[in-house]
Design a protein around this ligand. Sequence first.
Ligand code: NAP
Length: 544
Amino acid sequence: MASRSDNEVDVEVLVIGAGVVGIYALYRAIEAGFTARTLEAGDDVGGVWYWNRYPAARFDSESYTYGYLFSKELFDDWKWEEEFATQPEIERYLNHVVDRFDLRRHIQTGQRVVSARWDDDGNRWEVTTGTGETVRARWVISATGGLSVPHYPEIEGLEDFQGEGHHTGAWPHEPLDFAGKRVAIIGNGPSGGQILPAISDIAAQVDLYQRTPTWTTPLNNAPMTEEKRAWLSENFDQVVQTLTQSPTGFMHPPAGKFSTDDTPEQRQAFYEQIWKAPGFGKLTSNYYDMTTNREVNLEFCDFLANKIRSIVADPVTAERLIPTDHLFGAKRPPFIAGYFESFNKPNVSLISLRQTPFVRVDATGIETTEGHRDYDIIVYATGFDFGTGALTRMGVVGRDGLDLSTDWEDGPSDFAGFSAHRLPNFFFPGGPHGAGGGNYPRYSQDQIDWISDTLVYAREHGFDRFEPTAEHEEAWMTMVATLAPLSIFSAEHSHYYGANVVGKPRKFLLNPGGRGKLHEMLGEMTATESFGGALASSDERVGV
Ligand code: NAP
């Protein structure tokens, strides 16, 4: 039996996480007139851009396409220094947003959520942090990120190492001095790849431990010019429209042609052009059929392999750096300046774990089947428990005992990548099946906009409960299962399938239908006043 007083809440909207997504969710909640608060585990705002402060961490989406688009004044007054900004500037930008829109007073830092339990009678969440703080909230927006739980490699003796060992996603705040140090980098994804050129001129020795080679291509960064800033400002509406409508959330011009429109010679010339394209332009401005036509993708891979051979002086190292198990784009490619060039430096070595696997880490360094090497610093650039990592560790228990830590053991089940049946009033933008293959903040902006609009709609129509039905969830998961094999990120040994974490089920964790399917299926849901039964009023249940 519930009474109205049992329904009281401390805040209407509780946001968990003050990263790119959480800051926007808080902004929208306050703007809409809700009482709102944010709990953030870190000691400051920034999310991934607070934790991943390793050397040369930077965007590989263009700065102005990654930042917020909700305010032209903000867009104009933040003067990005580079096309692809570095972590310190990004962190400053996020702090600037928080201050400019007076959000900081709603954010409690140093508050890691350890439990979130749904109170069905009270129609509210009870959320508790590690410090014992409890917040009762009508709505929870868990903006806890898909890349927020560091994954350490499963190597014997990791804890025995007496030097400095740091994961890229939990980097120390005090600057780490690499000068004259012997350094091991484990992992060569976007994070490990960014660190290598950044420290190879400073450290005495850098060994990169590579399990799977990557199709890394140059970032092609440039300083932002006044002309570019002026153009962006003058064309703000067009920029917003492009970024909001583009399937990938970028502004890169499309190739406008299929590979078959060009002769083999013209294709080689086009690949040279693509090699010089900025960031993800190598995918988004490439031939329309680059990710669907295996033959043309193989041809492009040959082109890239020859680029690697032309850059890396030692032929054995060059061959080891060339991927043989996936096509270009099948895994999320890194975009990094000077990556392959680093291997020409006398103090840089590539250690192929395929040839010489790990044996153990010990007090002084790393042993592989090749022998033992001493290190002062080990960098774990080994990625994250992608998609589900944070949500399954937060003690989330929904209706009828739905417990994310166990119910998602076989893989997550959700609707629209941000909500789930039996998780009333709980949204997790940026969660599993949330992002498509492109610019993350643009996908999460879609999600936050929809969630915020739904909360306003619910308030206006007397609803205080949102829970997708089992049918909504089943339809979304059927879409995911049907389209996953067609996704460009089809390499099953990547973190997009959970394959980097031992014991994690191999399930596709992106939204393979992209923004198109997201909007289509959200549109179907919102076609009726009660969103197909997802919206309800707890009034009808009081006293029941
Ligand atoms: P990642 O792409 O998952 O790469 C992890 C690396 O560690 C891979 O090379 C992986 O090898 C290796 N690894 C994992 N476990 C290992 C083990 N037990 N033994 C040996 N090697 C192991 O992680 P990330 O580089 O941190 O990037 C993660 C995501 O963060 C990216 O997809 C991207 O979305 C984002 N990111 C973005 C930027 C940017 O915007 N500029 C920068 C950094 C990261 P295998 O390939 O064999 O598994």
